[in-house]
Design a protein around this ligand. Structure first.
Ligand code: HAM
Length: 433
């Protein structure tokens, strides 16, 4: 019989490591709440055209998409990133018409890219992303970087560096494209086949080529900075001033162009500086995009956003020995002694209804075995349901830390358990120290 394993480039997230993911997820939800972001969930596949927009020369779109068709007519693609689907949804549901702009949206979920798997690079991976759509301002760019940076910092990670750059406005880009074409005019024949195509359609992409990046002509290519319009320079200066005011350390990296085609003005990445992070050191990336809302048939609104690769965040956390495991410890363990029927289950259900994470003994087992379970679940309080006590409608409650034990009526159990989890008042008779 064939033994199946998870597909190459995917991983099973097992229960013993899911605590880390839950810790990050909670932090993301809390952070987005204070920044006023609301969650959006868009489908995991879309019409291919949502991702494959005209003149897009990025590797993600041209090489890495999982595209399929069920009837030979419709072409669908598993989402390789979140931005396009969110903007499609923003336009489809006319979010620009009925609410205060900018719309502040965030998402967490799997993305799919057909890439060569290695540490920090999977075919199914997870992103936490945000999109802030509807207001073009350097303040919003800085605020967006601050949000991503705050998440990384709040997780306790310190080996990170913020890199920023600007791709300028449309005029700056056009001027820069001309300069790049001129620069690569002779050299283009020595570039890889992809770069030959990039030369024709979008020469900026040559700078981001994984094959040619060591070539001298790329190293000595013209710098964007020299082709920026005054407005673009001013915009970028204001982004930097706002980052300074927010105390966010950053470096301007003139060669940062990002791997996706839709950016204008500010682009940024946060990279790990930890030696154990491996080759895939970019934890998150993002930037401003001007034309996408219009592409999907909406008004001329600009957006800015980023996406954090959750797997890469976890690799860095491990390298920095930051323990993100949420310690899932039981509050109460309900033991059973003798013939007690379904009472342990009923008691457990009452405790759970009162908010206590409770585990209980199901099968007849020795006391020793049951105490082992108490240890394994790290329960703080034990309730013992015993055959004899039950005749008087009573159970015993034990506080593990103080080893104090008392007997109480089953109807008063919650009160006593509450007590073991609270501070006692002076002169309290509960028996707890
Ligand atoms: P991206 O740079 O393509 O941007 O991806 C963002 C992050 O996703 C990367 O920095 C990396 O941490 C993670 N990532 C990408 N590919 C993989 C992979 N194969 N395996 C593991 N992690 C990966 C975007 O996706 C844009 N949508 C970001 C954005 C949002 N820009 C504006 N708004």
């Amino acid at each position: 019989m064939k033994k199946y394993q998870n597909a190459r480039g995917t991983v099973d997230l097992l229960p013993n490591e899911i605590g880390k993911w839950q810790t990050i997820r909670k932090l993301i939800d809390d952070m987005c709440f204070v920044y006023g972001y609301k969650e959006i969930q868009t489908p995991m596949f879309e019409d291919t055209g949502v991702f494959k927009r005209e003149h897009d020369t990025s590797d993600m779109v041209t090489k890495e998409m999982y595209t399929f068709s069920k009837n030979g007519v419709d072409s669908l693609t598993l989402r390789p990133e979140g931005t396009a689907g969110v903007v499609r949804s923003f336009v489809q549901h006319k979010m620009y018409g009925n609410q205060e702009l900018p719309a502040k949206l965030y998402y967490v979920g799997p993305m799919f890219r057909y890439e060569r798997p290695q540490k920090g690079r999977q075919r199914q991976f997870h992103q936490f992303g945000v999109e802030n759509i509807g207001l073009k301002s350097p303040l919003v760019d800085a605020e967006t970087i601050a949000l991503g940076y705050s998440v990384v910092k709040a997780l306790g990670l310190s080996h990170v560096k913020v890199l920023i750059n600007t791709l300028g406005d449309e005029t700056s880009r056009k001027n820069y494209d001309i300069a790049l074409r001129e620069h690569f005019k002779e050299e283009q024949h020595n570039l890889c086949s992809d770069c030959k195509r990039r030369y024709e359609v979008n020469p900026l992409r040559i700078l981001d080529c994984k094959i040619d990046h060591e070539k001298e002509s790329i190293k000595h290519a013209p710098k964007m900075d020299d082709y920026l319009t005054e407005e673009s320079k001013q915009y970028f200066n204001e982004v930097k001033q706002a980052l300074d005011a927010l105390d966010i350390p950053y470096e301007v990296e003139p060669s940062l162009v990002r791997g996706l085609d839709y950016y204008t003005h500010t682009v940024f990445e946060v990279v790990s500086t930890h030696p154990e992070s491996g080759a895939q050191a970019t934890i998150f990336g993002g930037g401003r995009y001007d034309g996408m809302v219009e592409y999907f048939g909406g008004p001329s609104l600009s957006g800015v956003g980023f996406a954090i690769g959750m797997e890469r965040l976890l690799i860095l956390a491990e390298a920095e020995q930051v323990d993100l495991n949420k310690h899932v410890e039981a509050d109460v363990y309900v033991m059973s002694l003798g013939e007690v029927g379904n009472v342990p289950l009923v008691v457990t259900s009452q405790l759970r209804a009162n908010g206590y994470y409770t585990e209980y003994n199901i099968e007849p087992r020795s006391l020793k075995a049951q105490f082992k379970s108490v240890d394994r679940f790290k329960a703080k309080v034990v309730v013992i349901v015993g055959q004899d006590e039950l005749k008087e409608h009573k159970v015993s409650v034990k506080d593990i830390a103080s080893q104090k034990q008392l007997q109480c009526d089953i109807d008063e159990l919650i009160h006593y358990v509450d007590h073991f989890f609270e501070e006692c008042h002076e002169g309290c008779q509960c028996g707890k120290e």
